[in-house]
Design a protein. Structure first.
Length: 225
């Protein structure tokens, strides 16, 4: 099996195992809000908060700027703790989007300018910035969050380093080498690897015995030997 076919096969196996997954929003502002709500939250709580913001029609920069503070707080609180930090991050993001109405076009343009435009946004981090570039702007960049990093390493992509950012870059390079050059392929890879890292290939107790990737996974074979 070629290397490209290997990753494709692994992703096919995850897709068969999990079925269709919810995907991150494609609208840049909604995705930014989704990122802020995701930090220290769970997908269920994050989605409840996002749905509440949608119900009060606060999912554009202008609408969020205008909405009553009490309504905004009640919606954001559904994501869990750190409500104050989330509200501060949202306020900064709203200001940035309102000051740069052409931001969605800028991030869809050349990468250096797109990165510069996203840098000032709070709570994104490297993986969040890359999710913005991939899902809201259509750049072929694989976001490597802690889950993708863990799954990638266990499957033999990249090598660990004490510095998470260095490890993540190695995992990103190794996985990207095997991805077809299409936005769909990059989005599918992120969605399934990240979901797998959160539900089956968990940090302390991966469920290798039920994992559909066991026959292809060096770490899984070691753990189940
Ligand atoms: S076999 Fe285990 S370590 Fe390997 S991907 Fe599956 S859950 Fe993770």
């Amino acid at each position: 099996m070629t290397r490209v076919a290997r990753l494709d096969g692994l992703l096919d196996a995850l897709q068969n195992f999990y079925g269709a997954l919810p995907t991150p929003p494609r609208d840049p502002f909604t995705l930014f809000v989704w990122e802020v709500l995701s930090v220290h939250s769970t997908p269920r709580k994050r989605d409840a908060a996002l749905a509440a913001l949608k119900r009060i029609r606060a999912l554009t920069p202008d609408a969020m700027w205008r909405v009553a503070r009490a309504k905004l707080e009640a919606s954001v609180a559904l994501a869990g703790p750190y409500a104050e930090q989330r509200l501060r991050a949202l306020k900064t993001g709203v200001d940035l989007f309102r000051r740069s109405p052409n931001l969605p076009a800028v991030i869809r343009g050349p990468l250096p300018a797109a990165r510069r435009a996203l840098k000032p946004f709070p709570q994104l981090g490297e993986a969040g910035l890359h999710r913005m570039l991939l899902f809201a702007a259509g750049h072929q960049i694989l976001p490597v969050d802690a889950r993708v990093n863990r799954v990638g390493l266990r499957l033999g992509y990249g090598e660990p380093n004490d510095d998470f950012r260095k490890t993540a870059r190695r995992v990103q390079t190794a996985l990207t080498r095997e991805l077809a050059p299409s936005v769909d392929a990059f989005q599918r890879a992120f969605e399934y690897l990240s979901h797998h890292g959160g539900s089956t290939c968990t940090e302390t107790d991966p469920h290798c015995h039920v994992c559909p990737l066991l026959t292809e996974c060096p770490e899984g074979k070691r753990r189940t030997a």
